[in-house]
Design a binder for this molecule. Structure first.
Ligand code: 6YU
Length: 499
């Protein structure tokens, strides 16, 4: 057409909005973003809570430094606090781990000796760092991060004092449960060892958005022409390799059909739906069906659940310099799987609470993390049931049976969201970084004339930065660039075609 190609983007998370923004900036005029839910942002979601704001999804900029596009945009838009902008903060290498050791409480109602915590945590961090050294392929293809760490634990435990074994094991179980939250995996036994180090950590001390992570998405979408993003437009199916007549006598290769009966023809479709959605729906979502390289990638890659339980307290029971509270269940061990009875035991999977700051603006708020099946079970409980479990938990761990219950609560339910189906992706045992690249590969994959009919973006398509907002952002820009390059190959930039 005279206005350049029609591009339909499915999903208005950060990857979809990033793709739309870049295409629009490069002169593409006919862009639509179709979003299933009533809001933009996807897994970036900020809500009012207590005296301030709380992140239901993404919380930190992981590695806020010049190589991180989320950091770049956030600083350009003026969305960061003064500390995040300090050059020294941008150079700190925390290797993805909290800079300080949490205050730890045990299930017998006492604080754990900080020296014991420090020793075990440092030991664990050394092993975890070693799991990242196998990207050269010199490793068992069936190996997992969990198995690797368990072997280190067994070996190391032979040198521990008898009376410390139980506590050390309990602490290590908690550390593995934290790792499950980081990877959104039920067990670290599901996370593949060989490709684990492909995930790349950028330098910088993780920081948050004082006005909420969603402020970033709002700034990114502001320059898009009115009417670009359509909310409550769930896509039902994508028909590619076809010839669909448009209103302008042009024939298009792709047609997108929506749940509400609407349909859109397009030259190019960028699919940014979460891997969790593809796992449930890809079989009837694409017609013709996806090639085997794609269906294998969708099946083999991991996509699990990490949820938050956010609690507001009238008064803090923690000291003002506490930034994190670790929960250590005595008697639990990293060498055995957690107990199966979810109703009784789900909360034993919850290893850590982060203190949300600053209390003057926030109130006294703890944000707990929980991953895996226990997290998915938690989603089925009522607020009252969770509040009562949390009240019991804190009474037990502080050793104060009178501790007042939290005054309010909010939790995430990412697994039950029909258009998300979990939290984020990981490279599971049985898959590799090649699957991530295959997921990113546009259709058709063979050498047909009409290339780039269906493109794929989203967090799960970035081999080195999956599971993050910057990975998602990069993936949206990557696919936009693919289309920009395609039209410059023809020697006609889209904006010139428009004139
Ligand atoms: C980060 C962080 N963070 C916590 C929690 C979660 C995530 N992440 P979107 O889903 O946003 O958009 C797709 C849209 O498509 C969506 O709006 C749908 O409604 C729509 N859609 C679906 N189907 C549709 C249809 N049929 N039709 C139309 N529309 C449809 N990232 O940078 N910092 O602190 C956290 C965290 C609880 C849930 C996070 C974090 C992940 C990001 O939120 C996520 O990657 C992006 O927002 C995804 O954007 P998108 O556009 O791709 O999809 C060593 C090693 C190990 C590796 N892991 C370590 C990394 C640690 C990851 N950390 C995460 C931690 C937290 C706390």
């Amino acid at each position: 057409g005279s206005q350049g190609p029609v591009v339909v983007i499915i999903g208005a998370g950060i990857s979809g909005i990033a793709a739309a923004g870049k295409l629009s900036k490069h002169g593409f005029r006919r862009i639509k973003v179709l979003e299933a839910t009533g809001r933009t942002g996807g897994r970036i979601r900020t809500e009012r809570f207590a005296k301030g704001l709380v992140e239901i999804g993404a919380q930190w900029i992981h590695g806020p430094s010049p190589g991180n596009p989320v950091f770049q945009l956030a600083s350009q838009f003026g969305l960061l606090g003064p500390d995040a902008l300090l050059e020294e903060n941008q150079k700190i290498n925390s290797d993805g781990h909290p800079p300080s050791i949490p205050v730890a409480y045990s299930s017998s109602g006492r604080k754990i000796d900080p020296e014991v915590m420090t020793n075990i945590t440092e030991l664990y961090n050394t092993w975890l760092a070693q799991t990242r050294n196998f990207t050269n392929g010199d490793c068992d293809p069936e190996g997992s991060v969990g198995k690797f760490i368990r072997e280190k634990i067994v070996h190391s435990s032979q040198e521990w004092d008898k009376e410390q074994v139980e506590m050390n094991m309990a602490i290590l179980r908690g550390l593995l449960n934290i790792e499950c939250c980081v990877s959104a995996a039920h067990s670290m036994d599901q996370v593949a060892l060989c490709p684990f180090g492909e995930y790349t950590m950028l330098p910088g001390l993780d920081c948050t958005f004082p006005k909420g992570f969603e402020s970033l998405v709002n700034h990114m979408k502001a320059p898009l022409p009115n009417g670009t993003v359509l909310l409550n437009k769930a896509v039902k199916s994508i028909h590619w390799n076809g010839s669909f007549p448009g209103s302008n006598s042009h024939v298009y290769p792709v047609q997108v059909q929506c749940e509400d009966g609407d349909s859109f023809v397009a030259d190019h479709v960028i699919v940014t739906v979460p891997l969790g959605f593809l796992k449930k729906r890809s079989v009837d979502f694409f017609s013709p069906p996806l090639p085997p390289s794609k269906t294998q990638a969708i099946k083999n890659l991991g996509f699990g659940t990490n949820n938050k339980i956010v609690l507001e307290f009238e008064k803090p029971f923690w000291d003002s310099n506490t930034t994190m509270i670790q929960i250590v269940w005595e008697g639990e061990s990293p060498l055995t799987e957690p107990k199966k009875d979810l109703k009784q035991n789900w909360m034993k999977k919850l290893p850590i609470f982060v203190v949300l700051e600053p209390p003057e603006q926030m109130g006294h708020v703890l944000c707990g993390f929980i991953a895996g099946e226990q997290s998915e079970y938690m989603e089925t409980l009522t607020d009252e049931e969770i509040l009562s479990a949390m009240t019991d938990l804190f009474r037990k761990f502080t050793g104060n049976p009178e501790l007042p219950p939290p005054i309010s609560m909010v939790r995430s339910q990412w697994h039950s969201q029909p258009y998300t189906g979990g939290s984020y992706s990981y490279v599971a045992v049985g898959s590799s970084g090649i699957d991530v690249d295959n997921l990113a590969e546009p259709l058709p994959t063979d050498k047909e004339v009409l290339k780039l009919q269906v493109l794929f973006a989203g967090e799960a398509t970035e081999r080195n930065f999956y599971s993050t907002t910057h990975g998602a952002l990069m993936s949206g820009w990557r696919e936009a660039q693919r289309l920009i390059d395609r039209y410059s190959d023809l020697g006609v930039t889209v904006s010139k075609a428009k004139l």
